[in-house]
Design a protein around this ligand. Structure first.
Ligand code: SF4
Length: 498
């Protein structure tokens, strides 16, 4: 059995597994392929339902949940409005506490900075805590190109790395795997990365966890440098916070001499009082726990406590462009809890690998096209990877109106494609736009609708129109009423005439 997940290329052919999203096909093609993977669908359904159930029970018990959501959104909006000031305040406080702050305008700058720190520290191996920012910039691959091995220490991220796979969920990167698959991955590949799995390893979760602990312990003891992300950066003290469930992050931020944290600039919060709000929102939304098991905080460097060489890389990578967009900027409130993934019917069926990005699901459908631009079909298709049911908006602890941003991005896709091939749908939309803009044309349209009413005899309404087979394959149009609204209004003045 292969331990890696095959994918499908832009032409629809199955291709071998790979450890990068590059070259992955747009959502419709990828999802079609992933939907055939019934084992993955079953793994995902089980996992997302379990997390969702726990989250719902905790939220139902929290009387001030809606107030917390609003407070979380308001704090982030305040930060985003004054981001320049908070960033400078954070840099000043972190520097005064002994950290070195770097500014990375894009992914390649961030990778270069981390690579140079590794070279300067003279290390060839680093341990790494799970971090979406480092996934976003492809740090592990960039370090490998500089002959530095970065070892994932989060259990799910380790499973992904050992199987040369890519993450499929923000919080649980190997959510698409079941324990039989994980046993196979450990038994086959652990030895090539270090301490091998026990020869008699079975798929008992306790034994799998013990194998991972033993394997990782050797990495922690040997590592002289760690790379992490951070969930929050506190402007008033220059501190970073990392929340996690396994303790591997705690090991990363305390054991090695050199610590580098790559942090998106939107992770700022003004004060420690604000952190209280997010710690209540994040754990409940992410894993359905009242409080996450490990919360690590570090402020600068200290000679006799933890790492002595502490670096913070503040990552922009198009975030300031998102900030400039009135509708899209709410995306930057995201705290990467993945609650939107766990409620999304599209994600549950299509799986995380269909989104062609480290950010899958509803948040990925709005974040990836904004971070990367609408330059290719992968990003142009993402805003359509949604039924707009609104479940993500309801679940989001940061009140991000994902459907609203999706609709805006769909409009951007259309606006950015003026040279689009003409299509029947495009022509019909132009006629509709003209009809709604001119009274005479509108009246003609209403008369035509009345005429259509007399022609259409079946109960389903209009079920096909030549040239629109694609559109009508999933939609019908109700039979137009016999009398138009204008005519009814003129006749009754709005009074009910039933
Ligand atoms: S968009 Fe909202 S629900 Fe989704 S990951 Fe971000 S904060 Fe969580």
């Amino acid at each position: 059995m292969s331990s890696r997940t095959s994918r499908v290329d832009a032409a629809g052919s199955v291709v071998p597994p790979q450890d990068t999203y590059l070259g992955m096909p747009p959502f419709p093609t990828a999802a079609k392929h992933q939907l055939r993977n019934s084992q993955q669908r079953s793994n995902l359904t089980h996992a997302t339902r379990t997390i969702r159930g726990k989250r719902n029970a905790l939220v139902a018990d929290k009387d001030d949940w809606e107030q917390l959501r609003s407070a979380g959104a308001a704090i982030k909006d305040e930060v985003l409005t004054h981001l320049d000031e908070y960033l400078l305040q954070f840099e000043e406080a972190a520097t005064a506490a002994g950290a070195t702050v770097h500014w990375a305008p894009d992914a390649s700058a961030a990778n270069r900075i981390v690579g140079e720190i590794a070279v300067e520290a003279g290390v060839s191996d680093v341990v790494k805590a799970k971090s979406m920012a480092t996934e976003e910039i492809g740090l592990v691959e960039a370090l490998a190109a500089a002959d530095v091995n970065a070892y994932e220490t989060d259990l799910a991220a380790l499973i992904v790395q050992l199987s040369a796979d890519v993450p499929s969920h923000i919080v649980v990167p190997a959510i698409h795997r079941n324990r039989a698959e994980i046993r196979e991955i450990f038994a086959t590949n652990m030895g090539t990365f270090g301490e091998p799995a026990p020869a008699d390893l079975d798929d008992d979760p306790t034994h799998l966890a013990a194998a991972a602990r033993h394997h990782l312990r050797q990495k922690f003891l040997a590592a002289e440098m760690a790379v992490t992300g951070a969930n929050f950066a506190v402007a008033e003290s220059g501190s970073l916070l990392l929340v996690e469930s396994e303790g591997n992050g705690r090991m990363c931020v305390t054991m090695p001499k050199t610590l580098v944290s790559v942090v998106g600039i939107e992770k700022l919060v003004p004060t420690w009082r604000d952190v209280e709000v997010y710690l209540q929102l994040l754990a409940r939304s992410a894993t359905g726990e009242p409080m996450n098991p490990y919360t690590s905080v570090w402020t600068g460097a200290h000679a006799d406590d933890g790492p002595t060489d502490v670096h913070i890389v503040l990552l922009d990578n198009n975030r300031t462009d998102i900030l400039a967009d009135e509708v899209g900027r709410q995306t930057l409130r995201c705290i990467r809890c993945a609650a939107c993934l766990n409620v999304c019917p599209v994600y549950e069926r299509a799986g995380g690998h269909s989104y062609g990005s480290v950010y899958p699901g509803p948040i990925g459908a709005i974040l990836s096209p904004q971070l990367r631009g609408l330059h290719d079909d992968v990003d142009r298709e993402l805003p359509y990877a949604s039924s707009l049911c609104g479940a993500c908006f309801e679940a989001c602890p940061m009140e991000i109106n994902i459907p609203r941003v999706l609709v805006q991005l769909r409009a951007d896709v259309i606006d950015e494609e003026p040279a689009l091939k003409p299509s029947a749908e495009r022509a019909a939309m132009s006629v509709a736009a003209a009809g709604f803009s001119h009274r005479t044309l509108f009246d003609i349209g209403e008369k035509a609708a009345g005429f259509a009413h007399r022609l259409i005899r079946n109960e389903r309404g209009i079920t096909s129109v030549p040239g629109f087979s694609g559109w009508f394959s999933t939609r019908d149009i109700a039979t137009p009423p016999a009398e138009s609204f204008s005519s009814w209004w003129a006749r009754t003045g709005g009074a009910d005439d039933e």
